[in-house]
Design a protein around this ligand. Structure first.
Ligand SMILES: Cc1ncc(COP(=O)(O)O)c(C=O)c1O
Length: 426
């Protein structure tokens, strides 16, 4: 590493201008975040001239890596023809048609500008459609930063809902019921007791926001069965898993069809996007057809549609085999490093998602993730940065691979993990 003087100077300016010097809290890290100047393929460049192999990939959207030529060229062309019209375009029709062919659960959809917006509107739609107010949210799942879903576990939270953020009215939090991930009994209990008041259950099919946590055999099928039996809607938030586990997302991979699907990240090819979709029966409740209101200046904008379309087409042509193969190489390689060093930590993930949990047991839910040593992880993060490996700066995030990462990149990263882990002691 060549030093980080320019990043430090920019941070000194930034922290007086933006809370924490950042535009989103996940980007903050001690003693200051690196300021980035560019990216190409699997590599990220900072303002001090350092290069990093990027396993954060902007928290997931960049499945083709940075500045993929096909995406860049299409964006250049589109920018020359205008970036926003506030009117329908053929691009939206192409995009909706491609997505509905990949996700049979969502023949109809609405494009919005972020995953946060998409889950917010999906929940409003579920409430409008069912005429009920409560929702079930799974502990440790993240669905964006809006009131209904900024609720997590804590003492008493399972019964009343405890705001995770100041500013969330208690009246709102009370409508968010919580259940641990991978616990069908907890979900069934809530449904038996309050079923008639619950509009929907929302879940990330694979948790991605406390590190990757996989569903136990039969869990997602169980959620499908319980939501159907108790007559409430099942919402899959596939903002992370969509297009990543398969072109048709976790619902294709695990063979479980939700009532409402939320997509984002990869779908925008590096530009802002969120999508929610469902059957025609449900989507016809959305304005202007129905009385569930949703609108947005940037909805379906031609730049996001262009980057998304080219990304999805490229990914479909390439296939997921290489991504899965490299993911396996990373996870197995990392587990071997841990075994050789006699460290009992766990590597988890699926497809092109992985994380090293600095704990002793396999993680199956939020409580399990919280038992990991998050402080030690910060030292792992700093050590890896020093070695030129850029991962998200938190134990409770997922590391991603792109089609731009070669096997050699992965083997180099494994060498870096080994070097850093060797010197890491709690
Ligand atoms: C599963 C999930 N849902 C929703 C969101 C929110 O998406 P956005 O950051 O685009 O608002 C995220 C963001 O990380 C996510 O991981």
């Amino acid at each position: 590493m060549m030093g980080s003087e320019r990043s430090r100077m920019l941070y000194e300016r930034a922290h007086g201008l933006m809370p924490g010097g950042v535009s989103s809290p996940v980007r903050a890290s001690e003693p200051f975040p690196l300021f980035i100047k560019g990216g190409k393929g699997a590599t990220l460049f900072d303002v001090d001239g350092n290069r990093y192999s990027d396993y954060c990939l902007a928290y997931g959207p960049l499945i083709l890596g940075h500045a993929h030529p096909r995406v860049v060229e299409a964006l250049r062309k589109q920018a020359g023809e205008g970036t926003l019209y506030g009117a329908p375009t053929e691009l939206e029709v192409e995009m909706a048609s491609l997505i509905s062919s990949l996700y049979p659960s969502m023949p109809m959809m609405r494009f919005v500008s972020s995953g946060t917006e998409a889950t917010m509107h999906a929940l409003r739609l579920a409430r409008g459609f069912t005429g009920r107010s409560k929702i079930i949210k799974i502990e440790g799942a993240f669905h964006g930063a809006h009131d209904s879903v900024l609720v997590k576990a804590g003492s008493g939270a399972a019964t009343h809902g405890t705001p995770d953020s100041l500013g969330v009215p208690e009246e709102v939090a009370r409508n968010t019921l919580l259940a641990p991930y991978n616990d069908l009994d907890a979900v069934e209990r809530l449904m038996r007791e309050q079923g008639g008041q619950i509009a929907a259950l929302i879940v990330e099919p694979v948790l991605g926001n406390i590190g990757p946590v996989l569903p136990r055999e039969g869990y997602l099928q169980g959620l499908r069965e319980l939501t159907s039996r108790h007559d409430l809607l099942l919402i899959f938030d596939e903002v992370i898993t969509g297009f990543r586990l398969a072109m048709g997302g976790a619902q294709e991979y695990y063979g479980v069809r939700p009532d409402i699907t939320v997509l984002g990240k990869i779908a925008g090819g590096g530009l802002p996007i969120g999508i929610f979709g469902a059957s025609e029966e449900i989507m016809s409740w959305v304005s202007p057809l129905g009385k569930v209101y949703q609108a947005g200046t940037f909805n379906g904008n031609p730049m996001s549609m262009t980057a998304g379309l080219e990304t999805l087409r490229e990914l479909r042509e390439k296939g997921h085999e290489g991504l899965f193969h490299n993911g396996e190489r990373m996870r197995k390689g990392l587990q071997n490093v841990l075994d050789d060093l006699g460290l009992g930590y766990k590597v988890q993930g699926i497809g092109p998602m992985y994380q090293l949990f600095l704990g002793r047991e396999e993680v199956w839910d939020r409580a399990g993730a919280m038992r990991s040593d998050a402080t030690l992880f910060k030292r792992l993060y700093q050590g890896l940065l020093h070695e030129g490996v850029y991962i998200p700066p938190s134990q409770f995030e997922t590391c991603f691979l792109s089609t731009a990462h070669s096997q050699a990149d992965i083997d180099r990263a494994l060498g870096s993990y080994e070097k850093v882990l060797r010197g890491l002691r709690p």
